[in-house]
Design a protein around this ligand. Structure first.
Ligand SMILES: Nc1ncnc2c1ncn2[C@@H]1O[C@H](COP(=O)(O)OP(=O)(O)OP(=O)(O)O)[C@@H](O)[C@H]1O
Ligand SMILES: [Mg+2]
Length: 501
């Protein structure tokens, strides 16, 4: 690969108040190649993306494209130089149409300076077709699902006809099928000679899609090379600075008496006849494809929506839950999957977010105790290895993965009896993932009952005592830890064994 890089980042440094996000970092991107950018939560990956897209300016260092020095003072400059990105936190407009979102900031104009709606719609339709979207340019963004919104972002990146396309954790909200579709698009972009920067915490994706890798640790470049010359233990060691030998530290715990008995839970559209018993000290896995109804069923238990029929018993007594307040009162906590939307108040600080669901624990005679809030925040923050400059730092200023950890901590702070975790390690780096798993095991050992919704097979196989598999809104099969195999679970989750082939 003697080819010249299309993009060169040299000696880039970026300091935020109290945090050195990047220090003397270099990185090269090559045409027709996918470069994976690796690093723990807070390592500086998204900061590089923001510098390359004109959102942040580096304090020092240079960007060259095709050997020419660039200086970006706005995202517009970056587009004009041929760089576009799908960001980790999407910035899109729910009330506008798909076409308007694609061309926001660079709408085609007629000679009089007015917007050329017709050409905008026609070009949008073309772009949507190239990403095989099942919706049109006139659809309102808010009518779309998460995966569809991702396609809009990809179409927007393509609308600039950029030579350099950046994807910052693009698969975190996608189902396995949608990930396959995305990888087809990546292959197409590669074949067209574009350079791609791909950020992901999932090694299987990196080994599937990338040609090269670059690794950051604490804002510094700690290694790079060709994917074919490396394996995941080596990458983990570089990222985390140590090797992790026990990825799933599941302890053998005595399963206690039933805490939650769910019988025939139904809702008119999303799920039907959901029945299971959850015991003290148990980690009960719920596996299924995206859309199998797992989240909806659990949200019903958490009082987000009402069931159309079914009964729920807590410690043997009938439980009526008509609001999330009732659920929290009953000792149920639910960590949502979409933590940015449902879980976090971004303009607030870490402490405020962490104590939001458990304020009454820090109050006596309705006076809040700051000291008690601070001590809980420090304890959970350290336990989940939240990387921040201090515990008052605003969530807005944390890296994506660290925001997620804060939301998990917020629900742990309610000291629940039943903890429902919906895709808890999505977007979380390998090292922190092991910390979350270890914590989960310890909580179970203390008698907490855990429901673990996950789409990651190794996670459910590694952590769950029993596994319930859902397909199209129903529990189709259940496995004990000893019975469970990857193959059997996937077969059940895809409807195998239930429908004729
Ligand atoms: N606007 C900001 N103000 C202050 N600090 C910031 C800001 N943006 C990022 N940081 C800090 O810079 C560091 C790098 O963050 P960055 O978002 O680049 O991490 P990342 O590698 O993308 O992590 P993740 O895997 O969690 O997404 C973190 O310590 C973060 O808290
Ligand atoms: Mg990031």
């Amino acid at each position: 690969m003697a080819e010249e890089p299309i993009l060169q980042l040299d000696h880039v440094t970026k300091q935020f108040p109290g945090v050195r996000a990047l220090h003397d970092v270099h990185m090269e991107l090559y045409p027709g190649q996918v470069t994976a950018l690796l690093g723990e939560n807070g390592a500086g990956k998204s900061t590089i993306v923001k510098i390359l897209t004109g959102i942040h300016r580096p304090d020092a260092g240079a960007i060259h494209i095709n050997g020419k020095l660039q200086s970006f003072s706005s995202p517009r400059d970056a587009w004009a130089s041929g760089i576009s990105a799908i960001h980790q936190e999407t910035v899109m407009f729910d009330d506008l149409t798909v076409a308007e979102n694609i061309f926001m900031g660079h709408m085609p104009l007629k000679s009089g300076g007015r917007i050329d709606w017709q050409s905008m719609r026609a070009r949008s339709a073309e772009l949507l077709k190239s990403v095989e979207a099942d919706f049109g340019p006139d659809d309102l963004l808010k009518r779309l699902g998460v995966a569809q919104k991702h396609l809009v972002e990809i179409a927007r990146a393509l609308s600039h006809d950029s030579r350099i396309v950046i994807m910052d954790e693009p698969t975190s909200a996608l189902s396995a099928r949608e990930i396959d579709d995305l990888f087809d698009i990546v292959a197409q972009l590669k074949a067209e000679g574009r350079a791609i920067l791909f950020i992901s915490h999932k090694f299987d994706e990196i080994f599937r899609v990338a040609d090269r890798w670059v690794c950051l640790r604490d804002g510094e470049h700690v290694g790079e090379g060709l994917i074919k010359d490396v394996d995941s233990p080596k990458l983990v060691k570089l990222m985390v600075g140590r090797s992790i030998d026990r990825i799933f530290p599941k302890k053998q715990i005595k399963i206690g008496e039933p805490v939650l008995e769910v019988e025939g839970l139904c809702n008119p559209t999303e799920f039907a006849d959901v029945s299971f018993t959850l015991h003290k000290g148990e980690i009960l896995g719920f596996y299924g494809l995206v859309g199998a109804g797992r989240s909806e069923a659990m949200q019903t238990l958490f009082g987000v929506s009402k069931p159309s029929s079914g009964t729920v018993k807590l410690n043997g007594k009938n439980l009526e839950i008509s609001s999330t307040a009732d659920a929290i009162e009953a000792g149920i906590a639910y960590v949502p999957e979409d933590r940015q939307v449902q879980g976090a108040v971004l303009p607030f600080g870490i402490r405020e977010n962490m104590t939001l669901a458990s304020l009454q624990r820090h109050a006596s005679k309705s006076v809040l105790s700051l000291a008690s809030e601070q001590s809980v925040t420090r304890k959970l923050g350290e336990r989940l290895s939240v990387k921040a400059s201090n515990w008052e730092q605003r969530l807005n200023d944390l890296s994506g993965g660290n925001q997620q950890k804060v939301v998990i901590a917020k629900w742990l702070a309610t000291e629940p009896k039943i903890l429902i975790l919906d895709e808890p390690t999505k977007g979380i780096d390998v090292g922190s993932k092991a910390a979350v798993h270890e914590f989960m095991g310890e909580l179970a050992a203390e008698g907490l009952a855990v429901i673990l919704i996950t789409s990651e097979l190794p996670e459910v196989l590694g952590m769950a005592d029993r596994i319930m598999v859902m397909h199209e809104g129903r529990i189709v099969k259940s496995f004990t830890r000893a019975e469970a195999t990857a193959e059997a679970i996937v077969t059940a989750a895809t409807g195998g064994g239930h429908h004729a082939p």
